[in-house]
Write a protein that binds this ligand. Structure first.
Ligand SMILES: [Zn+2]
Length: 359
C-alpha cells in the first residue's frame, strides 16, 4: 500500500497530533494508517508512533534495553494481528516487555490495558506453538501459534471487566464457576460430607482419647497450606483440646486418614489446572480449585470441563474467559469453529456483546 500523499516519515513528529485527530474522526483514515504501520519499512520509533496513531492506544514501559530491531518486527506483526478488531475493542494501552526465550503470559491486563511479555525467540518467525494445552487434539487451542494466542488472550483480559465477563463465567454456559471466597465456604457448599467424614474418621480412630469432635476450622486451616504434612494437623488437634491431655502426637497421627478423598480433593485444587487430568475428582458435578493469583477458592462444573479449549482455561474464571476469547477470534477458522462447538452458549454470549470480529 502506498504511503498517503505528501507524507514523509521525517515529518511524523510534527504531524502526530494532526494524524491522531484525523484518525479519531475518520475510520477510513485510521485504516489507512493501520496499513502503513503494518507494511512500512521503518525504524522502531516511527513504528510505535504509527501504532499509537492507527490503533488509538499508547505504549507503556521503557524499552531502551531491548533489541530495537526485534521490537520493531514485533510491533509490525502485532499490527497485522489487530487488523480485524473494531476500534472500540482495542486496548487503550500496551505494556510489553521482552524476555529471553519464548513468550509468556504476564498479567490480568485489566482496565483496558494489555500487559504481556514476548520472547526474543518469537521474533522474527513467530512460529512457536502455544503451550497452554495438553497438547490434546480435542482442544480448540491444540495447534495454534503462541504469538497470536498470547496477544488475543491478553486482549480478552483487557476487555473482561468492561463487558461484565462474570455474567458469562458464573453461568453454566461459561464453565459454571462460583467464587466461594474461603476454603471453608467452598467445602461447606459442595464437599460437606467429605469434610464431616474426615473429622468423624479421626474421632472414631482416636476412640477413648477424643473428648470432642475435630473442629472443622482446624481441618480447614490445615488444608489451606499446600505443603502442610500431617504433623501440622496433629499439633492443631492436640493444642486445640480435641483429645485428652497426655495423648501422644503419634496416637493422633495414626488416626488421620491420609488417603481420604477430602485430602485428594484439596490437593487437586492446590495443584492447579495442568494437573486436573481428564476426569478430576468431583462431588455433585463440582470441582474445587484454588484461584491462586487472588487466593480465592472456586468451584466449576465438571461437565463443562470436558469441552475445555485448553488446560490453561481452567486456571481460573478469568483465564476461562481469556482462553475462550482466544478461540473465538483466532485467525484459523478451524480454531474458531472448535471453540464455538465446545461452548456454544459462551460463543453466543460473545457475539451478543460484540466480541467476535472474524466471520
Ligand atoms: Zn491470562
Amino acid at each position: 500500500m502506498p504511503l498517503p500523499d505528501g507524507f514523509a516519515f521525517k515529518d511524523l513528529d510534527s504531524k502526530v497530533g494532526e494524524l491522531k485527530r484525523a484518525c479519531s474522526q475518520d475510520e477510513g483514515q485510521r485504516k489507512k494508517w493501520m496499513a502503513v504501520c503494518q507494511t512500512a519499512k521503518t525504524d522502531l520509533k516511527t513504528r510505535l508512533a504509527l501504532f499509537e496513531i492507527a490503533y488509538g492506544t499508547t505504549i507503556g514501559k521503557a524499552f531502551d534495553d531491548y533489541d530495537n530491531d526485534k521490537r520493531n518486527t514485533y510491533f509490525q506483526e502485532l499490527a497485522k494481528l489487530l487488523d480485524d478488531f473494531p476500534k472500540d475493542k482495542l486496548p487503550k494501552r500496551w505494556d510489553i516487555e521482552e524476555v529471553a526465550g519464548a513468550g509468556l503470559h504476564s498479567g490480568e491486563g485489566e482496565g483496558g490495558q494489555v500487559q504481556m511479555k514476548y520472547g526474543e525467540n518469537d521474533v522474527p518467525g513467530f512460529t512457536a506453538k502455544y503451550t497452554g494445552n495438553a497438547p490434546d487434539p480435542s482442544q480448540a487451542l491444540n495447534d495454534v501459534q503462541a504469538f497470536e494466542a498470547l496477544v488475543k488472550h491478553e486482549i480478552g483480559h483487557s476487555l473482561q471487566d468492561s463487558v461484565g465477563y462474570t455474567s458469562l463465567v458464573y453461568s453454566t454456559d461459561g464453565g459454571g464457576w462460583t467464587d466461594h471466597g474461603g476454603l471453608k465456604e467452598a467445602l461447606k457448599a459442595h464437599f460437606a460430607a467429605d469434610l464431616a467424614d474426615f473429622g468423624n474418621k479421626i474421632k472414631t480412630a482416636l476412640a477413648e482419647a477424643a473428648v470432642k469432635d475435630v473442629p472443622e476450622d482446624i481441618i480447614v486451616k490445615w488444608l489451606e497450606e499446600p505443603e502442610a504434612d500431617a504433623k501440622a494437623l496433629v499439633e492443631q488437634i492436640v493444642s486445640g483440646g480435641v483429645v485428652k491431655p497426655g495423648t501422644t502426637a503419634s496416637t493422633v497421627e495414626g488416626a488421620i486418614p491420609a488417603d481420604h478423598d477430602l485430602i485428594a480433593i484439596v490437593k487437586q485444587a492446590h495443584a492447579g489446572c495442568f494437573k486436573l487430568g481428564s476426569s478430576p475428582i468431583a462431588r455433585g458435578g463440582r470441582v474445587l480449585l484454588l484461584w491462586a493469583s487472588f487466593g480465592k477458592w472456586v468451584t466449576f462444573d465438571a461437565a463443562g470441563y470436558a469441552a475445555r479449549v485448553s488446560e490453561y482455561q481452567y486456571n481460573s474464571p478469568s483465564e476461562w474467559f481469556a482462553e475462550f476469547y482466544t478461540t473465538a477470534n483466532n485467525k484459523a477458522e478451524t480454531v474458531r469453529q472448535a471453540g464455538a462447538r465446545a461452548y456454544p452458549g459462551a460463543h453466543a454470549w460473545l457475539d451478543t456483546h460484540g466480541l467476535i470480529y472474524k466471520t
